[in-house]
Design a protein around this ligand. Structure first.
Ligand SMILES: [Zn+2]
Length: 248
């Protein structure tokens, strides 16, 4: 036997399926057991003689915990599925998650602004396609700025590049953060601006080392290790985030 019930918690609401278990199968430790499945469905196991009010009470006691878990599941799913470019969705910038807020403005000039932990977009056209274009322009502008600022600092540590002063080019890539051109430009993926600053530094330093050592020889890694002794752990963190950050 089973039934479907609802629980409200503040502004949130979730549905849950109640499974009535025969007495002999009931769990020993807790009379009522709440399970949250990986895809976000909530199941409540109860002994078969439990009355509905008792179930509702037990669930609402743990509602805060359920709502928190469901929010985490939504966030994880959001990172893997294509972005929708609507209010409430989160996007990354310099390693932090910002909630997107799309507002309609009657004025022709659109605007993207970071304000109080939110990524606010004011636009005439609220369609996901239009929002995506605006947000991507914003990312590219901030990427160029951030990368140039970091390169100016980091190039001071790379004596071989101090005089040539390599320039930065942006190139959107599917699975690569950076490379360098034969002419000595550093090419960086604008998506990298979504990563924490030390990850950005790692990619820039990696490419700076390539200006002197063009392959991944032991010499190359010695050089990199001198500039960033903990590069391996920084790289591991960036690798872990790659799928999320490259997913637009
Ligand atoms: Zn390399």
């Amino acid at each position: 036997m089973m039934s479907q019930l609802k629980c409200r918690y503040g502004d949130d609401e979730f549905q849950y399926k109640v499974i009535y278990l025969p007495q002999r199968e009931k769990l020993r430790r807790r009379k009522i057991a709440i399970h949250i499945h990986p895809h976000g469905s909530v199941q409540v196991d109860v002994p078969e003689d439990t009355v509905t009010t008792e179930i509702r009470q037990a669930v609402s006691k743990r509602a805060r915990w359920v709502v928190k878990h469901l929010a985490e599941i939504r966030e994880r799913q959001q990172d893997v599925f294509p972005r929708q470019y609507i209010s409430g969705e989160s996007h990354f910038y310099l390693g932090r998650r910002y909630m997107l807020k799309v507002n309609h403005t009657p004025r022709a000039a659109s605007e993207v602004k970071l304000l109080r932990g939110r990524l606010n977009i004011a636009t005439v056209d609220k369609s996901p396609d239009a929002v995506k274009v605006l947000l991507w322009q914003w990312y590219k502008a901030h990427a160029k700025n951030t990368f140039q600022r970091r390169l100016a600092v980091l190039v001071e540590q790379a004596s071989w590049a101090r005089i040539s002063r390599p320039g930065i080019r942006l190139l959107t890539m599917k699975r690569q953060w950076g490379s360098c051109s034969p002419k000595g430009h550093i090419i960086l993926n604008p998506h990298l601006v979504k990563a924490p600053r030390d990850c950005i530094d790692y990619v820039i330093l990696h490419e700076l080392c390539h200006l002197r050592e063009h392959n991944h020889s032991p010499k190359f890694y010695r050089l990199l290790g001198m500039l960033m002794p903990d590069w391996q752990s920084v790289k591991a963190r960036l690798d872990n985030m790659s799928e999320t950050l490259l997913n637009q």
